[in-house]
Design a protein around this ligand. Structure first.
Ligand code: CLF
Ligand code: SF4
Length: 515
């Protein structure tokens, strides 16, 4: 189906709905939590139908969708118009991507071919994003040419854009014209005093600005761009990099500022900085937040606005489900040799099957949630889950490249993040160094749910106070988690167990390398 343009009346209506969402007015309650739930964690019953249609199969805008639907990025935008202290131009844009070299930069024509190749191989790939490796709007000709080609050849794919916002006000009309209805702006500050410690310079209208003047210019343009987009009914997500000691406390203010301008979602990501990345922050020893610091900030902003917690800070050429990276399967050489068979009907049929699995998962969760009705406990705890996707406990401990983290309470199981780890299983052997870092990465969790686990890691996890749980292999995550939690509360109630608080955990700083 050809994507249709949006009329002024449609935009006005959508803008009104977006304002309601941002103000938590138009949302119902769900999941038995009794709490208004919008944003990335929201389900079909929580959002106005117009918004649900836009987010339901976007893996970044819907937490639920990210278990089932994939996105891809095409690296067509190499140049940038600002400098961030967490970025080294040799690497992907850290706004939307982990430091990791982009394998290949593409022309718009190569990108269009790649999109068709991926769409025919991965039918649940629903979103094409342009997120670097520089800034897409510092490369407007390549970015919009790519969107134009894709909207003609693969109109069922949603178009998504991520920008630092400096050039955004100049391109809002073009963005609307190409039906790009998801735009991310990275906003790390609204106060130039703070901004000068993040941005050494910005380049605008043939002039280089530095210091506070640069930061003020950027902040003004970001706010203007955000207002212009939301006025046109375009869904906006704001990404912020949490930099302890620089903008960590200030991000609460940023959260308020973007909420009041109609942003749909706020994604606070940890700074990733290691000396080997060669960034200013990496070289001067600026640390990133711990897991508890990040969660505390996200929790404190959640009362204000809906938070995205499932971002994987992916590469500018990432392909696949969030958390997996299949970019190595789609190099230009391989694509050229590939027989591309883009068939919208096959894609539609596959997505209908995915939708069925998703509904089954939601129903199972709801059913299990009923068993907690009436349970009275203040206990909140975290569990880590090894999963390959589809919302199932279906990954072996030793094969997990990340663990998804859920917070359990009498309100149910809530996704609150993920922890990237080194593989434990290395060619048939367990790697002890990896095990130490895995335990540090999930140290704040009471249990780890896996499809299978060997005796050695099991013993070490138990020693660290983390319960290795393999009895829910192949089952839905949330349903399993609620069953386990109910059992845990029963044991606390009977005195068989004493609830202990866990410590903090590490967020991995090393570069994520696509498998
Ligand atoms: Fe890409 Fe970004 Fe679109 Fe998603 S990513 S342009 S909104 S399709 Fe998603 Fe990746 Fe996080 Fe970005 S997980 S880095 S938020
Ligand atoms: Fe790097 Fe992206 Fe910042 Fe540009 S906007 S300097 S590419 S992180």
């Amino acid at each position: 189906m050809q994507q249709q343009g949006t009329s002024a009346a449609d935009s006005a209506k959508l803008h009104e709905v977006l304002q309601q969402v941002a103000e938590h007015k138009g949302c119902g309650t769900s999941g038995g939590s009794g709490k208004a739930s919008c944003g990335s964690g929201a389900g079909q019953n929580d959002l106005p139908p117009e918004i649900w249609e836009k987010v339901k199969n976007h893996p970044c805008y819907s937490e639920e969708a990210h278990h089932h639907y994939a996105r891809m990025h095409v690296a067509v935008a190499p140049a940038c118009n600002i400098q961030c202290n967490y970025c080294n131009r040799k690497y992907d844009c850290a706004n939307e991507s982990r430091p990791g070299v982009v394998s290949e930069k593409l022309t718009p024509e190569q990108a269009a071919k790649k999109v068709l190749a991926v769409a025919s191989t991965i039918p649940q790939m629903t979103v094409l994003g342009i997120a670097g490796p520089g800034d897409p709007l510092a490369n407007p000709a390549k970015t919009f040419k790519t969107f134009e080609l894709i909207s003609k050849t693969a109109p069922d794919i949603k178009l998504c854009l991520s920008t630092n916002g400096l050039a955004l006000p100049d391109h809002v009309d073009t963005i609307a014209r190409f039906n790009v209805d998801h735009v991310t702006i990275t906003i790390n500050m609204v106060d130039a005093e703070i901004g000068q410690h993040i941005y050494p310079w910005v380049y605008w209208k043939h002039k280089r600005y530095v210091g506070k003047e640069a930061a003020q210019l950027l902040a003004d343009r970001q706010m203007m761009g955000l207002e212009m987009l939301t006025a046109r009914g375009i869904l906006c997500k704001v990404n912020s990099v949490m930099i302890p000691g620089i903008n960590d406390k200030h991000l609460v203010e940023v959260n308020r500022a973007v909420k009041s301008r109609g942003a749909f979602l706020h994604n606070i990501m940890p700074l990733i900085s290691a000396p080997e990345h060669g960034t200013v922050f990496g070289l001067n020893g600026q640390r990133g937040p711990t897991a508890q610091e990040l969660k505390a900030l996200q929790d404190s902003c959640e009362g204000e606005m809906n938070m995205m917690r499932h971002c994987r800070q992916c590469r500018a050429d990432a392909v696949g489900l969030l958390g997996e990276d299949r970019s190595a399967e789609f190099t230009t050489d391989k694509i050229m040799a590939m027989e591309v068979n883009y068939d919208p009907e096959t894609r539609k049929a596959y997505q209908a099957k995915v939708e069925g699995e998703r509904q089954a998962k939601v129903a199972a969760k709801q059913q299990q949630l009923d068993t907690l009705a009436g349970a009275n406990s203040e206990i909140k705890l975290l569990i880590a889950v090894a999963t390959k996707g589809s919302g199932l406990v279906n990954e072996h401990f030793g094969h997990a490249k990340e663990f998804q983290v859920y917070e359990l309470s009498t309100a149910g199981a809530k996704f609150v993040g993920h922890r990237r780890v080194d593989l434990y299983c290395q060619g048939g052997f367990g790697e002890e160094d990896s095990l130490t870092t895995i335990i540090r990465a999930i140290n704040d969790c009471h249990a780890v749910f896996v499809a299978k686990i060997g005796g050695c890691p099991k013993a070490d996890l138990l020693k660290a106070g983390i319960d290795p749980v393999d009895q829910y292999a192949g089952q839905f995550i949330e349903k399993s988690a609620i069953t386990w939690f109910k059992n845990y509360l029963d044991k606390i109630g009977s005195g068989e167990l004493v609830h202990q608080l866990r410590g903090d955990a590490d967020i991995r700083q090393g570069a994520y390398i696509a498998a």
